[in-house]
Design a protein around this ligand. Structure first.
Ligand code: ARG
Length: 458
């Protein structure tokens, strides 16, 4: 047991209590952020005359030495300390003696951990955001290659109207673009520095909080010391953003799994991203897509866990808040793993364009266009809908698509139909007539792609 307190205690902590209370096994993960925060704190203390220049030099050298030795593996972060803050401070005192004891002047572990967690989260957000941007690049590339790859668009998983693969991918571009913007937004809002909030009520030392905030790359200090130590909103926002990213990935995975099935055969997942069966030699399974879909629950779990942990906590710091870490770390790791693997799978996936087009030609995806044809010839839409319904029924009976039905059959149901109906319900026509903003028509799609390329360049 190695702890920073004990003066007012007359008994040793029970070992089980000690273990239950300690957080070093997981908060050692932000040793770098902890040391970085201490370096800024010490620089500020010296600037304010609270430490001498000499003390500052000694502490700074000591902290840098600890950082180096941890990174090189020379110094192991021992689990015998209560938390990472205790480990760093105790090691510093061990190494440099008395000046080390001044490091914690005007600081509490409450504002220290609030800072560490913020610094760590901020770094993670940038890392995750870079991955989201890479995924956007992959999606955009698939879009560019598939402006004329026709496929059925679905509602209720029933063939609805023809679209293109570029159009389908564009929907995901929009989703992940919002994710990217959400991450940026969180990084911006969270960028205030809690250091100097003390345990909850600030401190009587003349700290320059603006200076430490600036040294650590924050826009400024937090403006209420109680909120400073007990705010975890930024973490909830990130877990919420990660949950939405996972939901998007999971939907995408669900489609990949369906498209990769023997019935659809719209795509073939690359061998490097598939797995086999131990019993069925013919199998090539979409395990990666399934795992990403499955891991979504873990990330939702982390969000739920922290929301629940936070809901009953009176101001200011309470030990419950130590529970903010493990699930959050797991969620960050999970999301990062999933985004990278998904991007790799998408990048290497083969699209079976003929099969997609063939599928779009069946299932009456052009029925709406047949109705539109009638509307363009003066038939009210509701009547046109009924007429085409009858046409579809006839075709189902004859087991043929709309464009294989002879003109006399069309005319039996409505005399308005002429030879040009075949042109109007042709797959390419059906798609390329859709030129409103955001529609799958070639012109509209090329405009979207140009806008996305510009967006990525900015
Ligand atoms: N390990 C603690 C945490 O993660 C650090 C803060 C401890 N503060 C305290 N007053 N016990 O929240």
């Amino acid at each position: 047991m190695a702890q920073l307190w004990g003066g007012r205690f007359t008994k040793e902590t029970d070992q089980l209590v000690y273990n239950f209370n300690a957080s070093i096994t997981f908060d050692k993960r932000f040793y770098k952020q902890d040391i970085k925060g201490s370096l800024a704190h010490v620089a500020m203390l010296a600037k304010q005359g609270i430490l001498t220049e000499e003390e500052k030099e000694q502490i700074t050298d000591g902290l840098n030495g600890i950082l180096e030795d941890v990174e090189s593996g020379k110094l192991e972060i021992s689990d015998k300390y209560e938390d990472i803050h205790s480990f760093v401070e105790a090691t510093l005192i061990d190494r440099i003696g008395d000046p080390g004891k001044k490091l914690h002047t005007g600081r509490s572990r409450n504002d220290q951990v609030a800072l560490d967690m913020k610094l760590f989260t901020r770094d993670e957000i940038h890392e995750i955001d870079a991955q989201v941007k890479e995924l956007l690049e992959v999606i955009l590339h698939v879009m560019e290659e598939n402006v004329e790859t026709y496929m059925p668009g679905f509602t209720h998983l029933q063939k609805a109207q023809p679209i293109t693969l570029a159009h389908h991918m564009g929907a995901y571009f929009e989703m992940f673009r919002r994710d990217h913007e959400r991450l940026q937004d969180i990084a911006k809002r969270m960028n205030t520095c809690p250091l100097g909030s003390g345990a909850l009520a600030g401190t009587t030392y003349p700290l320059d909080r603006e200076y430490t905030a600036e040294l650590l790359g924050f826009d400024g200090p937090t403006l209420n010391s109680m909120d400073g130590v007990s705010d975890r909103d930024y973490l909830l926002e990130l877990l919420s953003a990660l949950s939405i990213i996972m939901m998007h990935l999971s939907r995408f995975c669900e489609e990949v799994i369906i498209w990769n099935s023997n019935e659809y055969q719209f795509v073939e997942i690359d061998d490097a991203y598939s797995t086999g069966s131990s019993i069925m030699p013919q199998k090539k399974n979409p395990d990666i897509a399934e795992l990403v879909r499955g891991k979504t629950g873990r990330v939702y779990g982390a969000l739920n866990a922290l929301l629940t942990t936070m809901k009953g906590i009176p101001l200011a710091y309470n030990k419950d808040m130590q529970e903010d870490k493990e699930w959050a770390f797991d969620a960050m790791d999970t999301a990062k793993g999933c985004i990278t693997l998904f991007a790799g799978m998408l990048k290497t996936m083969q699209f079976n364009k003929d099969r997609m087009e063939e599928s779009a030609k069946h299932g009456f995806t052009n029925a709406t266009d047949a109705a539109d044809y009638l509307v363009n010839h003066g038939v009210p839409f509701r009547d046109a809908h009924g007429i085409v319904g009858k046409l579809v029924l006839t075709c189902i009976e004859k087991k043929i698509p709309l464009d294989a039905l002879p003109l006399e059959e069309y005319k039996k149901i409505s005399p308005v139909f002429e030879e040009d109906i075949y042109e109007a319900i042709d797959l390419e026509t059906c798609v390329n007539k859709r030129i409103t903003i955001g529609a799958p028509g070639k012109d509209a799609m090329e405009k979207s792609i140009a806008a996305y390329k510009k967006y990525m360049a900015e």
